[in-house]
Every structure is written in structure tokens, then in C-alpha cells.
Design a protein around this ligand. Sequence first.
Ligand code: PEP
Ligand code: MN
Length: 332
Amino acid sequence: MILHTDKNIDPQKLRQLADRYEAVILNTPDFNVLITPSALKKTDEADQQFIKESFVFDTDIQLASNKYIKGKRSIKIGDHYIGGNSNNVLVTIGPCSVESEEQITQTAEFLKKTGLKSLRAGCFKPRTSPYTFQGLGLEGLKLLDKIRQQYGFTIVTEVRDSSHVDDVIAYADVIQIGAKSMYDHGILRKCSKTHKPILLKRGFGSTLQEFVQASEFILSGGNPNVILCERGIRTFETKTRFTLDLCGAAYLKENTNLPIILDPSHAMGYAYGVPDLARACMAMGIEGLLIEVHPNPAVALSDASQQLNHEQFSRLFETLKPIAKAVNRTII
Ligand code: PEP
Ligand code: MN
């Protein structure tokens, strides 16, 4: 259950209620929120004087549920919003990894030409092998910061583990939690203590229930700004890298109040399929798209096979515009 109590409830009473109902306390500017296990369906008669509003749930998807907040939460990214009353769709692009100042500047120059405002690139890479490029780390974050100051883009970049989570929170406008880190509670808890938007990717072996419950750690810790990212799940299929779960995206759209960004690049794993998938994603009427774009994908130090070159992205982008319009979305 979620219970709202008056803002000026006696703190001792609030603590008592939290203890009695095994609740997490969340302080918001307008009221206090108690989040109990969803198995609780009603409170004692005597406590009702302290409870202004209550919400009952079938499962532990509670703060993220559209039974709690109708529609999508509004999340500010730079000067723009996604979700809420806006019909914006954030198209965030860039290379898998920041590789050099030259590469990221070429990307920034390209982004400027497209008119898009959000650059996504990784500095701490959660690679499958320890013998491959692991990212430029803090040096990469500093390069991204320089680009932000020069071009005014918002920066989306990922955190790989809790050793550098504070640096990523300090430098990024949107903190990406990668698929392999979806269950990293050190990261989830740290990200719950900032109000910067969190782009939480679905673990490729996680159910939708597990995915949304991971977001509950961030929400219940105090950060209301969570965006869900479907990036492909592992299936029996081996011809593509993963399987983009658009059914799952439809479920998230219908049942949660969190904005959704779809990532066709990591799902497909091959550049040839990304434009078609990106169009399908845009047609779903979601809040964002993440597409990997590199000045020269053939020499990329990570995810080389799936990144689009600038010309390929430009062609795709022109076809995304009428689709966005058809589903009443404005590309930002
Ligand atoms: C990435 O976005 O470059 C990445 C590593 O993605 P994922 O966590 O989805 O594998
Ligand atoms: Mn990548």
C-alpha cells in the first residue's frame, strides 16, 4: 500500500506507523508517503485519522504504477520535459564510448547539425570481456563536460559500478544504469539520493516485474525521476544480439507512470536493422529513443557492428520525423 499522511504529522507517530506497517518513509514537499509491502490491503481503523489518502496494489510495483499516478511522470532534461503534459520524444544519440576528444567533437558537430540536443556516450563501460576497451573513465567524463559547456547539449552517460557513481552523478544530466547493473543495489541506492534523471536499462534476463521493481528502489529512496529503457532481452534467438521486447514496452506504457526510452541499437546488434526498429519504436508513442551513432563505426572501440554512421543516422532521422508527427510527438 501507499499511504499519504499530513505533512505536519508528529514525527514519532509517523515512525510508529512505519514500524507497524513495515513501511519505507518518503518525505515529499506536500505530504509524507509510507510505502508498505503490497500484501497489506488495509490499515487499522484507529490509524485512519492520520492517513489522508491510500492506494492498494496487486504487486510491489507501487510508486511506478499508473494506479498511483495516472499518465507519465514529468521529467526535466535540460530545458525540456518528457512525460507529463508534454508530448516530447527525446532522441539521444552518440557513440557507445567516448574514445578521444576528436571523436566526441566530431559527434558534437554532427549533433549540432541535426538540431538534437542530447548526447549519449559511455565513459565507464560494462564490457563482456576484461580484455577489451573499458572506457576512458573520468577523463571521458571531463571531455563530455567540455562538450556540454561548448555546445549546451545534455549529457547521458552510464555508471558501471559504485566506485565512480558520485563522479557520474556530478557530470551527467541523465545517469544511465546499464543492463548489467540493473540489480546493483549500491548504484540503485546512490541514484535514489540525487534528483537527476536516471535512465534505468532492463537487465537482459529480467522480467518486466523485476525491471520495474528495480526502479522502485530509486523511487522509494527519494528520486522521482526515473526513465525506463527497454534494450532487448535474451531469447533462444542467436541471429540478432538480443530481442527487442516491444510487447514489454506496450506493457510498461500501459501499466507504469515512468517515461520510456527504447534502445534498438543494443537489441539488434547490427546496424542494418536499427533504422527499421527505430521507426517501429517511434511509432509506439514513447518518450524517447537511444541510438548509437559513431563518426566511423568500423573503427569503434565498443559495439562497432551496431552503430550507425552520420549519413545513416541522417537518413533515418528524416523518416522518424513524419512518424513522430503521426503519433502526435515532438522530437527534442
Ligand atoms: C550501452 O548503452 O552502451 C550499453 C552498454 O548498454 P546495455 O547496458 O544496454 O548493454
Ligand atoms: Mn553500446
